[in-house]
Design a protein around this ligand. Structure first.
Ligand code: FAD
Length: 292
């Protein structure tokens, strides 16, 4: 029996219909909490045998074709408030990063504008420590609010979390519910010109509007993963409908109706070829979940 909640449950949902890359099997239960209290109530009263994971916009997550036997908690339907204060902004973890940035810009507030064009939620961006070469979301976090899988709420200061390159290092049994960020003032014009610049750069170097998970692998030390992939001759590598992107070799794209298994095999092949050529073992940036 599932606890009574004020949000929504959806049963037997095909993940391929909600994932950014368009793959993934059936998840037993999706739970969209109405607010933090609703989430805490669910976590405290659920059967502790029920596997739980929280996902954001699934823009960095590959779910297996066999799906997920458990409950995926998704905050982006109801928990997406954004509030401005003096020198800070508060956002619930389900708020989309793009909307957060746009609202900051409209209010003449500089915070995360350099992360423009990164799809995903505030929670996902913190969990992944989303960033670009000279800026990461961890640079502006003041503190985060979380709930553990037993339903207890608490806060963590930025200094209490060892956030690293593409790894927020948030303990596995925590759901981030909201966060506050440092801000400074800039004119809307200045901020808009930053957004324009980023958009131009991204549209010429990355596939826009394609089904992808962004960078598949982390950049190993001083190397660029895309360059190692090219040098290993993987430019045109494909497995079924899963393909290396010609514009950016670290992006893999779904060219039709690819399966997660095809992406997993493509990733295995790339790692093998890069290792043969360079002796470097690439590490995945993307997250895998589900049955195998
Ligand atoms: C076209 C494209 C471009 C991209 N460019 C970049 C880029 O430049 N830089 C970059 O860093 N990333 C980039 N990404 C990757 C991705 O967008 C980011 O990692 C994003 O922050 C993931 O957010 P999400 O909400 O989609 O997370 P999801 O994919 O849903 O989840 C990612 C991880 O975060 C965890 N998580 C999500 N929400 C919570 C929560 N509330 N509490 C606890 N854990 C949570 C999940 O369990 C999972 O482990 C790109 C992706 C695409 C498709």
């Amino acid at each position: 029996m599932l606890p009574e909640i004020r949000g929504e449950y959806i049963f037997n949902r095909k993940i391929k219909e909600i994932s950014f890359i368009g793959t993934g099997g059936i998840c037993d239960i999706l739970f969209y909490p109405k607010d933090e209290e609703d989430l805490a109530h669910f976590l405290h009263n659920r059967s502790y045998d029920l596997p739980i994971i929280c996902l954001g916009n699934l823009s960095n997550t590959l779910v297996s074709d066999e799906g997920f036997r458990g409950c995926i908690v998704i905050l982006s339907k109801f928990m997406r408030n954004i509030k401005f204060g003096e020198n800070y902004v508060y956002a619930e973890a389900g708020a989309m990063l793009g909307r957060f940035i746009t609202e900051c810009v409209e209010n003449g507030i500089s915070c995360c504008e350099r992360l423009f064009c990164i799809p995903g939620t505030i929670g996902g961006a913190i969990a992944m420590n989303a960033g670009i070469p000279d800026f990461e979301i961890s640079d502006v976090i003041i503190d985060i609010n979380c709930i553990n899988y037993e339903g207890q709420k608490f806060s963590l200061k930025r200094s209490e979390i060892d956030m690293q390159y593409r790894n927020g290092n948030i303990p596995k049994n925590l759901i981030i519910t909201s966060a506050t960020f440092k801000t400074s003032k800039k004119t809307e014009q200045e901020l808009n010109s930053t957004l324009d610049e980023i958009f131009k750069k991204r549209s010429s170097s990355q596939p826009m509007g394609r089904q992808t998970l962004g960078s598949t692998f982390k950049n190993p030390n001083e190397f660029k993963a895309w360059q190692l992939i090219r040098e290993a001759g993987c430019d045109n590598l494909k497995v079924g409908q899963a393909s290396v992107c010609d514009l950016h070799a670290n992006f893999l794209i779904n060219t039709g109706d690819a399966s997660s298994a095809e992406f997993i095999e493509l990733i295995r092949l790339i790692k093998e070829k890069v290792f043969e050529k360079s002796g470097i073992l690439l590490e995945e940036e993307i997250i895998f979940i589900g049955e195998t």
